[in-house]
Design a protein. Structure first.
Length: 113
């Protein structure tokens, strides 16, 4: 994170890390930065890291309907749920969007926060 040969100069990488919000750990921040710069999936990773940092995911994951669960892991299950809601949100006028109605229609009422 620091430049070689100097005691206090930050690298470009560390400056970019400093511009990100706090994700709770340096490892998560590095993952988000790599996702933004290298993998074109930064928005997804930011959303997932936000979910994981504030929710009791153990209880949440048990309540998710089976059709959203992914064999690729819990993070993909959360991404499936998030994408399902965002598809609906992007397809209706803002004034017509109701998270309660969508969660009820999709069987997600038990996990709505």
């Amino acid at each position: 994170i620091l430049e070689k040969g100097t005691s206090e100069a930050l690298t470009n990488h560390s400056k970019a890390l400093g511009k990100l919000p706090d994700f709770g750990s340096l490892a998560m921040s590095k993952c988000v930065l790599a996702a933004l710069k290298d993998c074109n999936c930064g928005a997804d990773l930011i959303s997932l890291s936000s979910i994981l940092s504030v929710l009791n995911t153990t209880t949440l994951l048990k309540s998710i309907p089976q059709n959203y669960k992914s064999p690729d892991g819990d993070f993909m299950t959360l991404l499936n749920v998030m994408e399902e809601i965002l598809v609906v949100k992007q397809s209706v006028p803002t004034k017509e969007f109701s998270l309660d109605r969508i969660c009820q229609a999709k069987g997600l009422s038990d996990i709505k926060h």
